[in-house]
Design a protein around this ligand. Structure first.
Ligand SMILES: [Zn+2]
Ligand SMILES: [Zn+2]
Length: 321
C-alpha cells in the first residue's frame, strides 16, 4: 500500500520483491501495526517523506534472506529507527534517537504496509515468543516509544496518561507492574475507553476535562493535542514532569508561568534508541502484556487509518498481508 502524495489515499500496487543489499535482511511481513505517526505522514502533518513511500514502522516479519545477524526463518521486529550514521555527536553519546542523519522506517525508507520489506539487520529486534504476530506488532512503536516516554517520568508514583490508545494501553500495564498508580484520561464522555483503562489496572479513569482525585507526579501525553499540555500541567504536582510522547502535536496554547512554577517541567520524546527497544522487549517478554488489537487486511490500510483518525480503534490497529 503506497503513498504517492500526502493527503491522498494509499494505493494498492504490485511490485517485485525488493533486493537486499549488504547488511540488509529481506523480510516476509506477518503483521504491521498502524501508528498515529503513519496518519501524520499521510495527512501531511509531517513534512517531506520520501515519495512514493510504503508506510509502516511496527513490522513483525520472518527473515526470508538473512545476512550475518539473522538466519532465514527467524522472527524479527522492525521499528521506526531504521538507520543512523553512528558518527555524529548524538550517536557517539548514546542518543542515536537524535541523529541528524537518521532514517526512519515508513518515512525515509519503505516500511511494512506490504508483503515483503527490507531492513538494516542492525536495527531489527528479536521478538519475544510469548506474543503472536498480531500482538507483537504494536510493541514495536506504541510499546517501545511509550516505554521511553515512561522512562522520562523518573520514579513518579502517580502517573497520568492522556490519550488512551495503543501506547497508553500498554504503558498503563507496565506502570502498574512497576508499582505506580495510573490515572487514565480519555476523550470526554468516552465511557468505553475509561472502562478499558480500569480493566488494565488504572486506579482512576475520566475525561481529559476532569480533575483527577489526586495530584500527578508525572503526566504522559499520547494524544496529538497541544491544548492538553496546560491541562496536564494543571493536574501535575510541584516538581512533576509533563512528557509529550508523540512526534507531532497541535500548537500549545499560552499559559501563565505560575503553572510551570514549582520546578515543573515539560519535555518531548523523540524517536527511540536501540537500547530502548532491547530493554522494553526484554520487559515485555518477562511480563505478559495484554495487547488489544483490531485486525485489518493489508489492502484495507486506508480504512484502518480512517478508523484511527476518528478515534474508533480500541488498542492498536494491525494490518495483515
Ligand atoms: Zn510509531
Ligand atoms: Zn548520528
Amino acid at each position: 500500500m503506497v503513498l504517492h502524495e500526502q493527503r491522498t489515499p494509499l494505493r494498492l500496487e504490485d511490485r517485485p520483491a525488493p533486493e537486499p543489499g549488504p547488511g540488509q535482511v529481506l523480510l516476509r511481513v506477518r503483521a504491521c501495526a498502524v501508528c498515529r505517526t503513519d496518519l501524520h505522514i499521510v495527512d501531511g502533518e509531517l513534512p517531506r517523506p520520501k515519495l512514493p513511500v510504503i508506510p509502516g514502522h511496527q513490522i513483525v516479519a520472518t527473515v526470508e534472506q538473512g545476512d550475518r545477524r539473522f538466519a532465514a526463518g527467524e522472527r524479527v521486529g522492525v521499528p521506526w529507527l531504521g538507520w543512523t550514521d553512528g558518527t555524529c555527536r548524538f550517536c557517539r553519546t548514546g542518543r542515536e534517537n537524535l541523529c541528524d542523519q537518521a532514517r526512519f522506517t515508513g518515512y525515509d525508507l519503505d516500511g511494512g504496509y506490504a508483503e515483503m520489506a527490507l531492513a538494516d539487520e542492525r536495527y531489527c529486534f528479536p521478538v519475544p515468543d510469548s506474543y503472536d504476530d498480531l500482538q507483537a506488532a504494536p510493541l514495536l512503536c506504541a510499546g517501545l516509544i511509550g516505554y521511553r516516554t515512561l522512562r522520562f517520568a523518573g520514579d513518579a508514583e502517580r502517573i497520568g496518561l492522556y490519550g488512551f490508545g495503543a501506547a497508553a494501553h500498554l504503558i498503563a500495564q507496565v506502570a502498574v507492574h512497576q508499582g505506580r498508580r495510573v490515572f487514565a484520561f480519555t476523550r470526554p464522555g468516552d465511557a468505553e475507553g475509561q472502562r478499558f483503562a480500569r480493566e488494565l489496572g488504572a486506579v482512576w479513569a475520566g475525561g481529559s476535562d476532569e480533575k483527577p482525585p489526586d495530584e500527578l507526579d508525572a503526566a504522559l501525553i499520547f494524544a496529538p493535542v497541544g491544548a492538553l499540555v496546560p491541562v496536564a500541567l494543571r493536574a501535575t504536582s510541584k516538581g512533576g514532569t509533563v512528557v509529550a510522547g508523540g512526534i507531532h502535536m497541535s500548537d500549545i496554547p499560552s499559559f501563565p508561568y505560575e503553572m510551570l512554577w514549582g520546578e515543573r517541567s515539560v519535555r518531548s520524546v523523540a524517536n527511540l534508541t536501540r537500547r530502548d527497544g532491547e530493554e522494553f522487549l526484554l520487559l515485555a517478554g518477562q511480563t505478559k502484556l495484554s495487547v488489544e488489537v483490531q485486525r485489518f487486511p493489508l489492502e484495507e490500510a486506508n480504512a484502518a487509518l480512517q478508523a484511527l483518525r476518528q478515534g474508533q480503534v480500541r488498542g492498536a490497529a494491525v494490518l495483515v498481508p
